[in-house]
Design a protein around this ligand. Structure first.
Ligand SMILES: C[S@@+](CC[C@H](N)C(=O)[O-])C[C@H]1O[C@@H](n2cnc3c(N)ncnc32)[C@H](O)[C@@H]1O
Length: 290
């Protein structure tokens, strides 16, 4: 894979050999630098890891995928945006704010620890400003409203992002509006991740809160471009031409392999457990900008 040569690398000279041995690191910081993204996810209780906020929560295991793309930039001075922070409020009852994640904002805490030199921006329909610190900046914005996204960009003063992660409403129209808007602000070589592509929209049996049937499921819209060079309609993309011209590559991932039990018919007993791929189960995608 071509490295993200255009990402800002103010601290790249540190090199990976300094990751675990710098004597200038404070102890908690040094401890976190030895943790994988999955360990941090599980510590804070985002469902991007393997355990989620509580034992009964179905976690996604996206962190393996993120780490495969992002580990090499761990010390880089990235500008990261996450849409949807897991903060609860009047506008969205965020059920993920429970257990290990009782304070909310688990994924921002995870990114903060994983990327010690990154500036981390977050937007949410609820107020998550209590998460703000020296490198976290949170704003209220509805990811489906361009006016809100413009106001966020103006208020934050950010001109370009290296990485954008969409873990917001998961509505396909919202995902597509946000992709259209933020892809223009993605640095050349930057990466745009969209989570939970399976849960909504035309062409997808599963539904969640806010499901709308006006547009195609985002996975189908994007896969159609991937396979045929044009986005499947109806979609909510605002400037499909720009996307078509600036997408370098698009990859789809199935983070949880399904395990099927193979039974002997008579007498019925288990003879094997096999992992298998279910078509159309790609639930996260990464899009790289040219
Ligand atoms: C699944 S939670 C995010 C979890 C968090 N990223 C994590 O991994 O811990 C979804 C979040 O999206 C927010 N949200 C819902 N609709 C939104 C919208 N239209 N715009 C922005 N954020 C939204 C909710 O308030 C909630 O905090």
């Amino acid at each position: 894979m071509t490295p993200l040569t255009h990402l800002s690398h103010a601290n790249a000279s540190l090199g990976t050999s300094n990751l675990y041995c710098s004597t200038t690191l404070t102890l908690p910081f040094a401890m976190n630098m030895t943790k994988s993204l999955t360990e941090l996810a599980n510590q804070y209780g985002t469902d991007k890891g393997t355990v989620g906020p509580v034992r009964t929560w179905g976690a996604h295991n996206y962190t393996d995928i993120y780490e495969a793309y992002l580990e090499r930039y761990r010390l880089s001075a990235l500008t990261i945006l996450e849409i949807g922070l897991g903060v609860t409020g009047d506008r969205w009852k965020a059920q993920i704010v429970t257990g290990r994640n009782a304070a909310g904002g688990a994924s921002l805490r995870m990114w903060y620890d994983y990327f010690p030199n990154a500036m981390i921006y977050g937007i949410d329909i609820n107020d998550g400003s209590y998460l703000n610190n020296d490198r976290i900046n949170v704003f209220i914005a509805d990811q489906g409203r361009v006016e809100d996204l413009e106001a966020f960009v103006k208020a934050s003063g950010v001109a370009e992002f290296d990485i954008v992660i969409d873990d917001g409403s998961h509505r396909p129209d919202h995902q597509q509006v946000s992709l259209s808007f933020f892809f223009k602000l993605l640095r050349s070589g930057g990466l745009y991740f969209i989570e939970d592509l399976r849960n909504n929209g035309i062409g997808d049996g599963a539904t969640i809160r806010g499901n709308v049937s006006r547009v195609q499921n985002t996975r189908r819209v994007l896969k159609h471009f991937f396979e045929h060079g044009a986005f499947l309609e109806p979609h909510a993309l605002l400037d499909a031409n720009y996307l078509e011209q600036h997408i370098d590559y698009m990859r789809f991932h199935v983070p949880q392999v399904a395990v099927k039990t193979v039974m002997r018919p008579i007498p019925r007993r288990i003879i094997d457990r096999v992992v298998y791929f279910q078509p159309d189960t790609e639930s996260v995608c990464v899009i790289r900008k040219k």
